[in-house]
Design a protein around this ligand. Structure first.
Ligand SMILES: Nc1ncnc2c1ncn2[C@@H]1O[C@H](COP(=O)(O)OP(=O)(O)O)[C@@H](O)[C@H]1O
Ligand SMILES: [Mg+2]
Length: 379
């Protein structure tokens, strides 16, 4: 079995704490994505799991084995990097089998057979005799992935493997990686700074910030129930709108007050006792033009400052008081900068964060099992 147990993993580089007490269990066969901004500790985490970086403190187990002190080749892992790391003077096949002797007991014939199989899986048999300079970026990355597959690792580690590819090829390779994962079924840890890539690939996504895990959840749960303001603003594009509010409670319930609105929050009784600052989050697609909404509806005014046609929708930058919010309107809507419009929000899709950035309210109740959830440790 190749489940992975990360317990209190920490990496200190002199005065920088690159990874700060991360704990996480990853199931055998799971595809887990680490996502976060540059410098948040993604690569360092992966390199500690690979054995390329020493562990300052904490324990790392793969299956039942503690691997903290094991050399990389004893961990049954294979790693793919952003820059491919192929040897320029070797052909694709030579690159794929290089070093295999030292990590396995296979004969030369068996290794050749495995290289052929990996090339079949990746659909690159014709690339085996070419050298890296005769390959495109996407082809090089396939060879680098092939090199990892040949090792039949229990754990597959990938660090921004698609970042050097152009946008179209990235989308294609994403689909191929998913298919590959289904075929080889290795536990896969994947690092990216790209939230779209994280959302499309991960069974679960771990959002990292400043060396710590903010939240680990399936993609849709992260999107619908961000545990923190950081996750709310990092996941989703265009980003969630977050504006400062005051929570005001009376006999009728709790409302979110802003200079531009006083919005009743459904079933927000728990917030009545909240003191201190708060902010309200709502995604651009959950704000709509009030005139498109049937029936009675709570609305507020906004002034359009910029319109951005996105093709499938029209993104409006709107001013409400001193705050800017983004609104996704229908493509070809006749709205121009300077217009004053009426907006309504989907009251099922509101989020409230406290001063520290923790989510303290989601207007849509969260119906899921406890196992799905692993929010960040106490802050
Ligand atoms: N070898 C190193 N020596 C000192 N600091 C490092 C080293 N490697 C990474 N760091 C620092 O650790 C932090 C996390 O880096 P990294 O794991 O590469 O982030 P990410 O992959 O998320 O961009 C950064 O502040 C980085 O500067
Ligand atoms: Mg990195």
């Amino acid at each position: 079995m190749s489940d992975i147990h990360i317990d209190g993993l920490t990496k200190q580089f002199d005065d920088v704490t690159a990874v700060d007490d991360i704990s996480l269990d990853i199931d055998s066969g799971e595809f887990l994505v680490f996502v976060g901004p540059s410098g948040c500790g993604k690569s360092t985490t992966l390199r500690m799991i690979a054995g390329l970086e020493s562990i300052t403190s904490g324990e790392l187990r793969i299956g039942e084995r503690r691997v903290n002190e094991l050399a990389p080749k004893e961990r049954s892992i294979a790693m793919v990097f952003q820059n491919y790391a192929l040897y320029p003077h070797m052909t694709g096949a030579e690159n794929m089998k290089f070093g295999m002797k030292s990590v396995s007991d296979y004969t030369d014939d068996e290794i050749d057979e495995r290289v052929r199989e990996a090339a079949e899986i990746l659909d690159i048999p014709e690339l085996l005799e070419r050298k890296p300079k005769e390959l495109s970026g996407g082809e090089r990355q396939r060879v680098a992935i092939g090199r990892a597959i040949v090792r039949e690792p229990d754990v597959f580690l990938l660090d921004e493997p698609l970042s050097n590819l152009d946008a179209k090829l990235r989308v294609q390779m994403r689909a191929e990686l998913l298919q590959l994962h289904r075929e080889i079924d290795a536990t896969t840890l994947y690092v990216t700074h790209d939230q779209t890539e994280a959302m499309t690939l991960g069974d679960r996504v771990a959002v990292l910030n400043d060396g710590q895990i903010e939240q680990v959840d399936p993609p849709q749960v992260l999107y619908d129930y961000p545990a923190t303001r950081f996750v709310a603003e990092f996941i989703g594009s265009p980003a969630m709108n977050v504006v400062p509010i005051e929570l005001h409670g009376d006999g009728d319930g709790v409302s979110a007050r802003h200079e531009a609105f006083d919005l009743p929050l459904p079933d927000a009784g728990d917030l009545a006792g909240h003191s201190g600052g708060a902010s309200l989050g709502v995604r651009p697609e959950d704000v709509s033009l009030a005139r498109n909404v049937d029936g009675e509806r709570w609305t507020f005014e906004a002034e359009v400052s910029v319109t951005e046609p996105l093709g499938e929708s029209l993104l409006l930058h709107c001013l409400i008081g001193d705050d800017e919010i983004h609104v996704k309107a229908e493509a070809r809507s006749e709205i121009n900068a300077g217009d004053v419009i009426e907006l309504g929000v989907d009251e099922e899709r509101l989020h409230v964060f406290d001063e520290s950035g923790d989510a303290i309210y989601h207007s849509s109740p969260r119906e899921r099992t406890a196992e799905d959830v692993e929010t960040r440790a106490e802050h």
